[in-house]
Write a protein that binds this ligand. Structure first.
Ligand code: ADE
Ligand code: ZN
Length: 381
C-alpha cells in the first residue's frame, strides 16, 4: 500500500486526513522507492510528495484571492448577493485573463459576497486548512480593507473575522501567521490614510502594510506619506512592484517606501544594478509563478525567471498570490515550477529556506522552522 504523508502541526500525518483543493495526489507520482523516515520505514512519496511535505512559509497570498467558486456561491446565497454566473463551472470558465487589470475586475466583483465576520473567518480558515496540507508552517496573509470598507463593511468585521481564523489555524494546524494590510494603489493616497486611521485600533493584530492592485500608473511614491506613518507605528513594509511595472517602481518601493520584501519583482531582471542591490542586501522577492502565467507576465512557466534569479543568488521565494483564480495553491506552484524549470531537490530546499529567511519572524521561531526543515530533508533521504 502506498501511504501519503504531510506535515501537520509539526507531525507527519496521512495526507488523506487533510483536505486539499485537488484531492489526493496521483498514485503514479506519490509512490516510489521505500525510504527510512525517522524510526519507521515508509514509502517514498516521490518528488511531489517531498515538495508538499517540505516545511515552508507562504508570504504572498491575498485572502480575497482564496475565494473558491463554491464558497462564492454559498456566500452569495447566505448574504443575498446576486451573481452574474449561474454555476461554479461558469465562474471557472470566466477565469481567463489578459493582464492584471482583467483579473482585478473579476476579483473585486467576487469579493462582494463577503459581508459578515463569519464570512471572513470561513474564507481564512479554508485557506489555512489547505495550506496545512501543503506543508505551510508560517503564513503572512494580505487583505484589502478598502475592497470591503468601500461597500460599507466595517474594518473591524474584516480584521476580527480573519484574526479569529488565524488563531484557530494556530490551534488546529500549528500554523504561525501574520496579517498584512494592503492599500489599493488605484485609489487615492487620502483613502489609504483614512484606511490606516481606521485600522489603528487593531494595530496589535497587524504585522505589516503592503501595496497592491493596478500597478502601472500608480507608482510607490504616490503613497510615500502613508507608508511613513505606518513605519512610525512600527508596521513593517512590503510592496508589489515589478509585476507589470518597470524596475524603477522596485527602486522606489525600496528607497521611498522602505519595503523589506518585494512582491513579484520579476521585472527587476531588466536592471542589472537593481539585481545587484537585491542580491547584496538579500531583499526577498515573493514570486508567484502560476499567477505570472495566468496574467501573461510570462508566456509560459518554462520561460519564468525564477530559476535564473535564484541561481544569481537572489532570495527568491515561491507563493500562490490568488490561488482560487490562478489554478493552484502554494504546493501546486512549487510542483509546477519544479516540473517546468527542472528545479533540483537542492534548489527546492533553498526556496523553502528562503521562505523562512524572508518571513517576519523572531529569531527563535525562524531557527525552529529551519531546524524542522533540516530534519525533514534528512529524514527524506
Ligand atoms: N491583488 C490581488 N492580486 C494581485 C496581484 N497579483 N497584483 C496586484 N494586486 C493584486
Ligand atoms: Zn499579489
Amino acid at each position: 500500500m502506498c501511504l501519503r504523508f504531510s506535515l501537520s502541526m509539526g507531525k507527519l500525518v496521512p495526507r488523506d486526513l487533510l483536505t486539499h483543493a485537488k484531492g489526493p495526489m496521483p498514485l503514479r507520482k506519490a509512490c516510489g522507492r521505500a525510504i527510512l523516515w525517522g524510526e519507521q520505514r515508509r514509502e517514498d512519496v516521490g518528488m511531489e510528495g517531498f515538495i508538499r511535505g517540505l516545511p515552508k512559509a507562504e508570504l504572498h497570498v491575498h485572502i480575497e484571492g482564496t475565494l473558491e467558486p463554491e464558497m462564492m456561491f454559498d456566500l452569495a446565497r447566505r448574504n443575498n448577493v446576486p451573481l452574474r454566473f449561474g454555476s461554479v463551472e461558469e465562474i471557472r470558465a470566466a477565469y481567463e485573463f489578459s493582464d492584471l487589470q482583467s483579473f482585478l475586475d473579476i476579483y473585486y466583483e467576487g469579493a462582494r459576497v463577503l459581508h459578515a465576520e463569519q464570512d471572513f473567518f470561513d474564507l481564512t480558515f479554508a485557506y489555512l486548512q489547505r495550506a496545512a496540507g501543503d506543508g505551510v508552517r508560517r503564513a503572512e496573509i494580505f487583505f484589502d480593507p478598502q475592497t470591503h470598507t468601500g461597500r460599507g463593511i466595517p474594518i473591524e468585521t474584516v480584521i476580527t473575522g480573519i484574526n479569529r481564523a488565524l488563531e484557530a489555524g494556530r490551534a488546529e494546524f500549528g500554523i504561525s501567521s501574520g496579517l498584512i494590510m494592503c492599500f489599493l494603489r488605484h485609489l487615492s493616497a487620502e483613502s489609504a490614510h483614512e484606511t490606516l486611521e481606521m485600522a489603528l485600533p487593531f494595530r496589535p493584530l497587524l504585522l505589516a502594510v503592503g501595496l497592491d492592485s493596478s500597478e502601472v500608473g500608480n507608482p510607490p511614491e504616490k503613497f510615500d506619506a502613508v507608508f511613513g506613518w505606518a513605519r512610525r507605528e512600527g508596521l513593517l513594509v512590503v510592496a508589489h512592484a515589478g509585476e507589470e511595472g518597470p524596475p524603477d517602481y522596485v527602486w522606489k518601493a525600496l528607497d521611498v517606501l522602505h519595503a523589506r520584501r518585494v512582491d513579484h519583482g520579476v521585472r527587476a531582471e531588466e536592471d542589472p544594478d537593481l539585481l545587484f542591490r537585491l542580491a547584496e542586501e538579500r531583499i526577498p522577492l515573493t514570486m508567484c509563478p502560476l499567477s505570472n502565467v495566468k496574467l501573461r507576465v510570462f508566456p509560459s512557466l518554462a520561460e519564468h525567471n525564477l530559476k535564473r534569479l535564484l541561481k544569481q543568488g537572489l532570495v527568491v521565494t515561491i507563493n500562490s498570490d490568488d490561488p482560487a483564480y490562478f489554478g493552484g495553491y502554494v504546493g501546486d506552484n512549487y510542483v509546477a515550477a519544479s516540473e517546468a524549470l527542472g528545479l533540483t531537490r537542492g534548489e527546492l530546499i533553498v526556496l523553502a529556506k528562503n521562505s523562512f529567511e524572508a518571513a517576519f519572524l523572531r529569531v527563535e521561531e525562524r531557527r525552529a522552522f529551519l531546524a524542522e526543515l533540516d530534519r525533514y530533508v534528512e529524514a527524506s533521504g
